[in-house]
Design a protein around this ligand. Structure first.
Ligand SMILES: Nc1ncnc2c1ncn2[C@@H]1O[C@H](COP(=O)(O)OP(=O)(O)OP(=O)(O)O)[C@@H](O)[C@H]1O
Length: 271
């Protein structure tokens, strides 16, 4: 069984224990371990082909690790926002119908999810007529219908312009504030995302380094992959933590997730 459920009231939402994943002869993830705690925002960064999507897919049970295991808190509700969803333009389907598709969700739950995703007025619109930004909000709403305890986002702002993606990430922070759900996301938009994250995991087939955005951005492993340019961008987006973190680029599980996390400082670039 690739995904286990363990009964422990104090356990993490998700625990990845030393997983490796191979496609045929190609090992794309080697000995990856991580946890996601209730209410935290964790961002996975890494170059193309570094195994980020594979990691998310193994979390939802869509990819089977060759070794190691993925453990979910029992009864864990997961919301998944894919990179993109191709809708056949000749298929007439409204947003409301799309949201209710996976098993007769109530109208009120769908309306609530659209409001949480910041698009309360889209329910009567045709899916094929949505802009890229609206589509991503609808995919977010779909992931929110079941009131997830953890939201997985796979490069959810791909194709959006900078203001569009900044607005999307602000919405994600609002969702976390309102619902308390944890967020595990993949993104290439380092300067926006690293500011909004409690913790960043830098992946390149294995976990290169992990910690607060400030710590990861100065880690030699991270700089070797991404250069030092983002260090300047990060300075624009200081995240005001009101809790302590480990000061090393190692595992950083010691902080308190039970309280409110402030938004990143607003900046010109985030407007
Ligand atoms: N279903 C599959 N079958 C075979 N190889 C795959 C499959 N899915 C992914 N791969 C390969 O595994 C490696 C990791 O892919 P993955 O999509 O997990 O990386 P990624 O970090 O998400 O990449 P990107 O940033 O480009 O989206 C790549 O070399 C990819 O070609």
């Amino acid at each position: 069984m690739p995904v286990l459920r363990r009964a422990d009231p104090f356990m993490s939402l998700v625990t990845v224990e030393d997983i490796s994943v191979a496609y045929g002869a190609d090992t794309v993830l080697a000995h990856v371990s991580l946890t996601v705690e209730p209410g935290e925002i964790v961002t996975i960064v890494g170059p193309n082909g570094s195994g980020k999507t594979t990691l998310l897919r193994s979390l939802i049970g869509a990819v089977r690790p060759t070794s190691g295991r993925v453990i979910h808190k029992p009864g864990l509700r997961i919301g998944y926002v894919p990179q993109k969803l191709h809708i056949d333009p000749t298929l007439p389907i409204t947003v409301a119908r799309f949201l209710r598709l996976p098993g007769g969700k109530s109208r009120s739950a769908c309306a609530r999810a659209l409001t949480r995703a910041g698009v309360p007025d889209l329910s009567g619109r045709q899916m094929s007529g949505l802009s890229g930004g609206q589509m991503q909000r609808v995919l977010l709403a779909r992931a929110l219908v079941n009131e997830p305890e953890i939201l997985l986002l796979d490069e959810a702002t791909q194709g959006l312009d900078q203001p569009g993606s900044a607005a999307f990430y602000r919405q994600i922070e609002d969702v976390r504030k309102e619902t308390g759900c944890a967020i595990l996301m993949i993104s290439h938009e380092l300067h926006v995302v690293m500011s909004a994250s409690d913790r960043v995991i830098c992946l390149n087939g294995h976990v290169c380094c992990e910690g607060t955005p400030e710590i990861v951005s100065t880690a030699p492993e991270y700089r070797a992959l991404f250069g030092s340019g983002t260090g300047g961008a990060l300075a624009l987006y200081r995240h005001d933590h009101d809790h302590a973190h480990d000061e090393s680029c190692g595992h950083d599980h010691g902080h308190d997730h039970g309280h409110d996390h402030p938004h990143p400082t607003k900046t010109e670039a985030a407007e």
